[in-house]
Write a protein that binds this ligand. Sequence first.
Ligand code: F6P
Length: 359
Amino acid sequence: MSLKRIGVLTGGGDAPGLNAVIRAVVKSATNAGVECLGLEDSFDGLIYPERSRVLTPRDVTGILRFGGTILGTTNRGNPFAYPRSTESGPVDYSARCIENFHKLGLDALVVIGGDGTLAIAYELQKRGVPMVGVPKTIDNDIVGTTMTFGFETAVECATDAIDRLHSTAEAHHRVMVVEVMGRYAGWIALHSGIAGGADVVLIPEIPYSLEKVAEHIRARERWGARFSIVVAAEGATAIGGGRVLQSAGTVEKMERLGGIGEQVARQLEPLTGKECRHVVLGHLQRGGSPTAYDRMLATRFGTYAFELMQQGTFGVMTALHPPDVVPIPIEDIVSRTRTVPVESDIVRSARHVGICFGD
Ligand code: F6P
């Protein structure tokens, strides 16, 4: 297919590196004589075509180092079940998206998003909208790629927080519980816990017993370490328990995790006899400037997505298979989550250096 005009959009939660992908797509396209249209707020730019604009190299100059996305994003804009403020429930705007895709003169879409956004785009592709996906998430939980951009930046943020908490925990002989993001995967907790030298790491893949955690903290006390750092992934669960939620999910939005840090701190106090405090890192992990690695990966994904389009390869996402970036069929990744393998060398490494998982 000879490309003349492509669209680019960002969907789902933001991740540091989104702007680097947009920049890479716009520069590759323009350098190949292809016009690039930026669609605002995920698929909203197709539902409301006035919410789109041509992007030139001038528009993307200098954005490589910025977090967020110049196009805006949303995780509540599924065109197949678009939320309405009225009582009548979600509406299906998919046909409108397809019509507007053609009206805007687009040949194909670069869709930068998590598995939810990529699955939506793939449904549109089945209805005649050629797409190439670029996976993004700080959670690093997308199947088929060993790494997503944004993850390393989030791990840096969490590691820095753990470093800072060490000195105050030690000074006050406290237990500090740090709640990190990651949804149903423990990658951020595991990586930052190892990098930050945490004493306990709680991840969704390994249900925990608080009694075991408390015993680990008491054992540290016995050999003279009068403080402990616990990293709790937001999706971690106690053995036989459920996830700690801020709000339940609906057809329009996913459930919101959060609260485990406070719960673990509260429950650990009587078990350890120590003062236990908690910190929720929350969206700090999604903000700020992407690390050099994330800028690199985002740029490689963006330029490769454009190469795939030029070759006429659609219905795939870019994926890191070190040392290469390769295409992976979207249908192989949808509705699946890449969780931490509990027997992996990373988990074993954590155990070797004395990290307790509460199991
Ligand atoms: O998927 C990225 C992520 O930051 C998760 O780690 C977290 O559970 C979720 O998004 C939070 O989403 P929101 O910003 O919509 O509350």
